[in-house]
Design a protein around this ligand. Structure first.
Ligand code: NAD
Ligand code: IPM
Ligand code: MN
Length: 359
């Protein structure tokens, strides 16, 4: 099988973890006799430096013509003082919008061997396995241009959702629940926000179409608490853009590190983009110690969702579990024993495991 994959390494640790994902995909390609063609393009701070914009038009065009897109991370202190429209993060929001990537799937599953690496008690996280379905192209991040008024003494951010925007993400979440344990938790702030009231009405209206799925509504503040006190009560969580952003970083604590959390950003049809949930980690960029597993597991999601290569995706996931089970971990995991490795060593362990399997 021949596939064209666009790589958007971005900034900070983005290029370091992207290099890892590419090596793992090369190993998968040789093992299964596929041809993956990789083309790199600029996004984020590096694109500001090279092209004067965080999202060059050629990057958007290349992504639209690809079979799938992998993104590392964007942002960093070098670009933090730029005006809003030039910030690296605007490039990320822009590509999500340009590709209509309304559904961000963030699976969160603790690894047996790493249960003790979480600051949470092992008995609390044991058995937790959830999927956050985050709306990705609406809400506060995409309001009518945010601005300062009254000589800087007032600010405006707007939160807009249309019925159809909510309906499509809610449908996606119900369908995801049908493929899992058939329980959907819709997270909102319906006791205060008008957008959340509409959100809740739509979830209630949609549930008749999915009678096999049980549904509950939880307010976002309580959801934040329940996520770390009793995470195994969740199967699929569906929520709006910013709540999903915050809750998914919180949920990463179940896995021991933000460096373990992959994600898939999907459109109704059209190209999908796969990105770790973490950022560019400026505090460790360039040190060669970043955890590549969130990016590598995002590549597995790409094989599954965009390229329909389920066996190949499973092999990457099996390799990750096997290497973790052998006690290997990067420095971000607070592990008591085992062997601490750097980004390259972790990548090579995964690659060698894949190459040792029969094709
Ligand atoms: P961050 O996710 O970059 O880092 C938070 C903490 O987690 C840091 O201590 C970092 O070292 C650690 N961490 C994250 N990923 C890791 C990995 N793979 N391995 C080891 N440790 C890891 O969040 P931040 O520090 O708040 O943001 C830094 C920059 O990244 C900002 O410019 C922000 O806007 C940007 N950001 C980008 C994305 C993205 O591109 N998708 C996501 C979040 C933040
Ligand atoms: C993420 C990030 C982004 C978001 C930022 C960098 C715009 O935090 O992918 O989770 O909030 O969506
Ligand atoms: Mn985030």
């Amino acid at each position: 099988m021949q596939k064209k994959i666009i790589l958007l390494p971005g900034d900070g640790i983005g290029p370091e973890v992207m290099d890892a994902a590419k090596k793992v995909l090369d190993a998968i390609a040789s093992q299964f006799n596929h041809t993956f063609t990789f083309l790199s393009h600029d996004i984020g701070g590096v694109a500001v430096d090279n092209h004067g914009t965080p999202l060059p038009e050629e990057t958007v065009i290349a992504c639209k013509q690809a079979d799938a897109v992998l993104l590392g991370a964007v942002g960093g202190p070098k670009w933090d003082q730029l005006p809003s429209h030039l910030r690296p993060e605007k490039g990320l929001l822009g590509i999500r919008k340009a590709l209509d990537l309304f559904a961000n799937l963030r699976p969160v599953k603790g690894f047996e061997k790493l249960l003790h690496a979480s600051p949470l008690k092992e008995e609390v996280i044991n058995g937790s396995d959830l999927l956050i379905v985050r709306e990705l192209t609406g809400g506060l991040y995409f309001g009518t241009p945010s601005e300062r008024r009254d000589n800087g003494n007032a600010v405006v951010d707007t939160l807009t959702y249309t019925k159809s925007e909510i309906e499509r993400i809610v449908d996606k979440a119900f369908q995801s629940a049908q493929l899992r344990s058939k329980h959907l938790t819709s997270v909102d702030k319906a006791n205060v926000l008008e957008s959340s009231k509409l959100w809740r009405e739509i979830v209630e209206a949609k549930k008749v179409d999915y009678p096999d799925v049980t549904v509950e509504h939880v307010l976002v503040d309580a959801a934040a608490m329940k996520l770390i006190t009793n995470p195994s009560q969740f199967d699929v969580i569906v929520t709006e853009n910013m709540f999903g952003d915050i809750l998914s970083d919180e949920a990463s604590v179940l896995t021991g590190s933000l460096g373990m959390l992959p994600s898939a950003s999907l459109a109704a049809d059209g190209v999908g983009l796969y990105e770790p949930a973490h950022g560019s980690a400026p505090d460790i960029a360039g040190l060669g110690i970043a955890n590549p597993l969130a990016m590598v597991l995002s590549a597995a999601l790409m094989l599954r969702h965009s390229l329909q290569l389920e066996d190949e995706a499973k092999l990457i996931e099996k390799a990750v579990v096997a290497i973790i089970d052998q006690g290997y971990h990067t420095a971000d995991l607070q592990v008591l024993d085992g062997q601490k490795v750097n980004t390259t060593e972790m990548t090579n362990l995964i690659v060698d495991y894949i190459k040792a399997q029969k094709g």
